[in-house]
Design a protein around this ligand. Structure first.
Ligand code: HEM
Ligand code: HEM
Ligand SMILES: [Fe+2]
Length: 459
């Protein structure tokens, strides 16, 4: 395996930054988990730690998508990127902006008064969960994304090789970029603010990102097992069509209780219940293709790609549908049931997707034919088993919470501090297991293809 075009190597810069942020995200995740047991633990309080945890998650996944996209676009267009210097500039601009934003969150955690108002916007944190970057950073991010899209589109225009995979991938990315804008819309009404904020959060993970996942899955199936392009692309169109049909109006499952008209109860309930369908088609697609072809060189890449499809369905689809009907959601809204779903969905759909793309493309970037894949499997099992147990634990916590708080009317803090305590302890323990998995993955990422041949053949 080697890359066909030198500029595909730029993907590696993005992967490295993503992998390091992944490590940060999980370390602070464990701090957050410990703070559920000892609220005073650590110099930064829970608010700040939680902000770091979920914003780092969103950012490293986006950075991972960018790296993967540069690789795929060059490969599919059969040409070098339009401008490698521009891609490098865009990479460093992203690193500088994100680092500044993270430092800002930390400063604000230490000195909350530092988040002053500058020309009508907050200097360090804008306060919309998951996308808390302040306005100046929003603008830099938009510029960076525009440069990224420009570079990718010009690459395609250069050779005019429009493949379906590339079209869907870039379409998904344009949709992603457009959906960032409603999150910058300022209004004094909390109802309207939440209304627009969900366009970003929901239409990203259940719209644009899922479209990108469909395109990347098609790319991986084709590369890994030589599946026929026409067949893979046909299924990709079906998946993506269904994602849009169910996911766009599925946004309604966030409009039940925020002050929007009551027709959203119907619209959200019906369309979001259909959302698992495309995810199931993806699983079926992955299995069908895999069974038809037996010549696989990069087994671990395929393993991650199929695992991504399965856990996308389980985390987003199954753990989503259990609380998506308004009749259920009226009890579970905003409890640890939501948190359980949030973890498994993000892990299955996007963490495993970026990891799969890394294992599919990195060997070629590093120019190695064979590599020792034992660490990749080890890390998969540490990560996945730990995540499944974290999710089962907090699903249990959420059931207790829903029952005691919403049905028996006990006080929120009483339930959290007393009746849920053992769940928090278990979550922290499984969290450490997850960190072990991330540690193995980080080591593997840096060592892949760089070890002496002797070690490789030992596997
Ligand atoms: C990969 C796709 C998905 C991801 C990454 C994801 C992630 C999340 C996250 C993080 C939240 C919590 C948001 C918050 O309040 O802070 C959430 C909420 C929710 N998700 Fe998903 N989700 C996905 C797909 C789905 C699907 C397919 C369904 C339905 C079948 C669903 C149903 C819900 C519902 C009903 C809520 C609101 C929970 C509440 O009322 O508190 N999600 N999702
Ligand atoms: C790749 C792995 C992980 C992903 C994708 C992830 C994702 C998330 C998301 C989406 C939220 C917001 C959930 C919500 O508002 O409902 C969250 C919160 C949180 N996460 Fe993680 N996380 C990961 C790993 C971890 C680990 C290893 C721990 C440690 C045990 C952890 C502990 C927490 C805690 C304590 C919160 C706050 C929950 C709350 O506010 O109730 N996370 N994480
Ligand atoms: Fe949603």
């Amino acid at each position: 395996m080697t890359i066909k075009h030198e500029s595909q190597k730029i993907a590696q810069n993005f992967y490295t930054f993503a992998v390091l942020l992944f490590l940060v995200q999980v370390v602070v995740g464990i701090i957050a988990a410990v703070q559920f047991i000892w609220p005073g633990f650590f110099i930064l309080n829970f608010n700040t730690i939680r902000t770091l945890h979920i914003n780092a998650l969103v950012v490293w996944l986006l950075v991972g998508f960018m790296g993967a996209t540069y690789y795929v676009v060059s490969e599919e267009s059969e040409t070098e990127l339009w401008s490698l210097p521009l891609a490098k500039f865009q990479f460093w601009a992203t690193v500088v902006t994100i680092t500044a934003v993270v430092l800002g969150y930390i400063i604000m955690g230490l000195y909350p008064q530092a988040n002053i108002l500058v020309s009508g916007t907050q200097l360090l944190n804008e306060g919309r969960e998951y996308i808390e970057a302040p306005r100046w950073a929003d603008i830099l991010i938009v510029v960076s994304v525009l440069l990224f899209l420009l570079n990718c589109s010009m690459t395609v225009f250069k050779t005019k090789k429009w493949t379906g995979i590339q079209g869907v991938l870039l379409g998904g990315l344009v949709f992603l970029a457009l959906m960032y804008l409603p999150g910058m819309f300022y209004t004094k009404s909390m109802v309207k603010d939440q209304f627009w904020w969900w366009w970003v959060v929901h239409l990203w993970v259940e719209g644009a990102w899922e479209i990108i996942a469909g395109a990347l899955l098609a790319f991986m199936l084709m590369k890994l097992i030589g599946a026929k392009r026409e067949v893979v692309e046909k299924w990709m169109y079906i998946e993506v069509g269904l994602v849009m049909f169910t996911g766009i109006l599925g946004t309604g499952h966030h409009y039940y209780w925020i002050g929007t008209p009551s027709y959203w109860l119907w619209v959200g309930g019906i369309f979001s219940s259909l959302e698992p369908l495309p995810l199931l088609v993806m699983v079926w697609d992955a299995f069908r293709t895999t069974r038809e072809h037996r010549q696989v060189t990069n087994k671990v890449g395929l393993f991650y790609a199929v695992a991504h499809a399965i856990f996308n369905f389980v985390g987003a689809g199954l753990w989503g549908i259990i609380h998506t009907l308004p009749q259920v959601n009226k009890w579970t809204h905003g409890t640890q049931i939501t948190t359980a779903h949030g973890h498994l969905a993000f892990y299955g759909a996007y963490v495993l997707l970026v990891m799969a793309m890394i294992y599919v493309t990195l060997p070629a970037i590093r120019g190695v034919k064979e590599f020792n894949s034992s660490r990749a499997y080890q890390s998969f099992w540490w990560l996945t088993i730990s995540m499944v147990f974290i999710v089962l634990t907090i699903t249990g916590a959420g059931m207790v919470q829903t029952y005691m708080e919403r049905l028996m009317g006990l006080d929120y803090v009483a339930v959290k501090a007393n009746y849920n305590l053992w769940f928090w302890i278990l979550r922290a323990i499984f969290g450490v297991g997850f960190l072990v998995g991330v540690g193995i993955f980080v080591v593997d990422y840096f060592k892949l293809g760089k070890e002496p041949a002797r070690l490789k053949s030992a596997a």
